[in-house]
Design a protein around this ligand. Structure first.
Ligand code: COA
Length: 176
């Protein structure tokens, strides 16, 4: 696995960073180490990771990554949700925004969010929404043009062992 040196990370400049969709080989480019800076993110198997990547487009999803020295240093995901209200327009969701802490404060987070908002506009979405913490809300307000609206409600579900992985890669089809 490529290792990002402190020196490279601290000297980062926007022009040196490649922005592109997540790809299968990123499994070996420190992707799960980056996600672990956001939340609990033990590595999946390589097969599950590959299926997540391959099925992204058909799920209306785009995971954008920033690459520096062959290491993934930022990631954010766009989900497009088609609606029947408002004449069948779509809503975009931004999820799991994370920038490697060694590369923070250099515009990467803002650039990732801007790129996903541009993509959402291209896909005909009329708004972009995201969940965040009180601590990070300031970043979205100050740097990304978001504002606080309504509240999030949550109910935790108990999922049988193994089912989480199966369902997120779309292997479980349930007839309603
Ligand atoms: C929040 C996060 C994405 C910002 O990424 P980043 O690349 O460091 O941010 P940028 O360099 O684009 O922007 C830096 C600016 O945002 C501001 N900023 C960063 N975090 C902030 C916060 N929590 N509250 C208010 N402002 C914040 C900085 O003060 C700086 O402002 P300035 O340009 O006026 O000096 C990054 O710190 C991160 O990944 N954090 C951990 C994971 C996380 O909390 N993700 C969000 C979950 S939804």
């Amino acid at each position: 696995m490529p290792i990002l040196s402190e020196a490279t990370a601290s000297a980062i400049q926007q022009g040196e960073v490649l922005f592109r969709p997540l790809e299968r080989g990123d499994y070996y480019r420190g992707y799960f180490d980056l996600l672990a800076q956001l939340t609990v993110a033990p590595p999946t198997t390589e097969a599950v990771f590959a299926q997540f990547v391959e099925s992204s487009a058909s799920r209306g999803s785009l995971t954008l990554v920033a690459v520096l020295d062959d290491c993934i240093v930022a990631s954010a995901t766009l989900l497009v949700e088609p609606k029947l209200i408002r004449g069948g327009s779509s809503v975009a969701h931004i999820e799991d925004v994370v920038v490697d802490k060694r590369c923070g404060g250099r515009g990467l987070g803002q650039s990732m969010v801007e790129r996903l908002c541009a993509e959402a506009t291209k896909r005909g979405c009329y708004k972009v929404i995201l969940d965040t913490s009180e601590e990070t809300a300031g970043f979205y307000a100050k740097k990304c043009g978001f504002y606080k609206k309504e509240i999030q409600m949550r109910r935790d579900l108990v999922v049988p062992q193994g089912k989480l992985t199966e369902s997120f890669v779309g292997q479980v089809t349930q007839k309603l």
